[in-house]
Design a protein around this ligand. Structure first.
Ligand code: GLU
Length: 497
């Protein structure tokens, strides 16, 4: 490509980003990085009633968290700012006046009630409603008179011609201009409409490629008409097919969580999310699945973007997430797990406490291969915190409170009390557990289950030797004692002790 690629992401500030928006940004980002181009972040906040202040920050925060950057735009600045549409109102007015002076736009004084009447009349005749053109040919006198009564909107005079969209992803799409009524470009409140603002901004910001969701295809002929009327170069368009839920309908809240905030809070890794989303509509053309952003960018071209919708499958995302969790080195895993561990009251300020950091690292590594989301960590490891097991769950209690359980715990305490501290590592512990199993002689499971139950309060969890190593000798034996006592309290007349 000879010209410098410039793309933009133009979200409305309506809350946290959604899966669909993020995929759109991601495709723009990958495309720009592939061609050494530039990415612009522009906030489309002309729909004032829907814009929320916190939402501006949420967008920036979400994108940064995902590891996606931009070269220009909101929060970073650049040559073509401001990058919030609400701060560019004078510019839109200037362009609209230019169109009026050329006869390509006109003032429209129709009230919402009049427009509604027109609409109903069209519908009653079974026709597609569109603007009748009532204000198309007002005289200077009409305008002077009506201006005293109300503030006009500005409408674009739609040319009666066929517009052909040459979409990079979907090929040629023709539109019949005669099916499009004159549309408003500036509302009477002084704000531009989406179709107008987007053209002015994309042109002013020298955007070369517009990659966006295919729900905007129907807007594109209007935008192309505006470029032409303004005498501006028309950028290239690529419309990406929509994302469906597992039931093959458009992805929406009905399908469960679609907001990034949910996935952040549930402990999905940004790397997993972007990897998965890149594959929603794009493929490297072979069987690779785990790919980092840079690796994808190196290969990302629009000819590998699918024309048909892709399906958002939370189970696939889970798979990607667990792969990324497994691939973390211990320090990284601890760092990303800390906010979740803090839910257990664990201090996240570990700078001064190297020993505690090492212990926590071992704890998270122990469950690393069995979790799908980081938010599962607190529950998986809660038993490590505190001196005692506060509660044994129902099935744990059953394993403890029976004659075999008591015997296993008795032998366990006996064997483990004799271990030197220096020998207290997972490998040695495994050997000592074998000694206990050999002594009790009822099979491995019947010995290890009561021990697990006593030490963790549950019957499922990470490998026992790892649990024992992290608990340390003192706590291990204390917990085994506590359980034994608990068992004996209910079990005075056990005969096989
Ligand atoms: N604000 C629009 C959206 O979020 C931007 C559409 C476009 O990319 O032109 O859908």
């Amino acid at each position: 490509m000879e010209e410098k690629v410039r793309v933009r992401f133009a979200p409305a500030p309506t809350g946290h980003l959604h899966i669909g928006n993020i995929r759109t940004f991601l495709f723009n980002w990958l495309f720009a990085r592939h061609y050494n181009g530039e990415v612009i972040l522009r906030i489309e906040d002309t729909d004032v009633t829907r814009s929320q202040d916190e939402a501006y920050d949420a967008i920036v925060d979400d994108l940064r968290w995902l590891g996606l950057d931009w070269d220009e735009g909101y929060s970073v600045g650049g040559l073509y700012g401001p990058y919030r549409q609400s701060e560019r109102l004078d510019l839109y007015r200037k362009y609209a006046e230019d169109l009026i002076s050329k006869g390509d736009a006109y003032l429209c004084f129709c009230t919402p009630e009049e427009l509604e009447e027109e609409r109903t009349a069209y519908l009653a005749k079974g026709r597609m409603p569109r603007y009748s053109g009532k204000c198309r040919n007002l005289t200077a006198d009409d305008i002077a008179r009506l201006s005293k009564e109300r503030t006009p909107a500005i409408r674009f005079r739609v040319p009666r011609e066929t517009i052909v969209l040459n979409d990079i992803i979907r090929g040629e799409i023709p539109f019949d201009g005669s099916g499009i009524g004159d549309f408003v470009i500036m509302r009477s409140d002084g704000f531009p409409t989406y179709n107008f603002a987007v053209v002015v901004d994309d042109a002013e910001m020298k955007v070369t490629h517009i990659i966006r969701a295919d729900e905007h295809i129907s807007n594109t002929p209007r935008q192309i008409m505006l470029y032409k009327a303004l005498g501006l170069p028309v950028p290239k368009f690529g419309h990406v097919a929509m994302i469906l839920g597992t039931d093959k309908t458009k992805l929406s809240k009905r399908h469960g969580a679609t907001s990034l905030s949910y996935y952040r809070e549930a402990g999905y890794l940004p790397e997993a999310i972007v990897n998965y989303l890149a594959f929603l509509g794009w493929t490297p053309g072979d069987t690779r699945e785990i790919m980092g952003l840079q690796e994808i960018a190196a290969e990302f071209t629009l000819d590998r973007v699918s024309k048909s919708p892709s399906m958002f499958d939370p189970k696939r995302l889970d798979w990607f997430n667990s792969q990324y969790i497994r691939a973390c080195d211990p320090d990284k895993l601890l760092d990303i797990a800390l906010p979740f561990l803090s839910r257990l009251g664990v201090s996240t300020d570990l700078h001064a406490d190297i020993e505690e950091r090492e212990r926590l690292k071992k704890i998270v590594v122990l469950v690393q291969d069995s979790i799908t989301r980081l938010s599962e960590i607190p529950d998986e490891v809660s038993f490590f915190f505190g001196d005692t097991v506060k509660q044994w769950d129902g099935s744990a209690e059953k394993w403890i409170k029976n004659p075999t359980g008591e015997r296993a715990l008795g032998e366990f305490i006996d064997v483990f009390s004799g271990i030197e501290d220096a020998e207290f590592d997972a490998e040695q512990i495994q050997a000592y557990l074998k000694t206990v199993i050999d002594r009790v002689q009822v099979g491995t499971r019947k010995v290890l289950m009561p021990i697990r139950a006593a030490l963790t309060g549950r019957t499922k969890g990470p490998e026992l030797q790892g649990v024992i190593e992290i608990l340390g000798k003192e706590r291990t034996i204390k917990r085994a004692h506590d359980a034994l006592q608990e068992a004996r309290r209910d079990y005075h007349d056990a005969t096989d002790l």
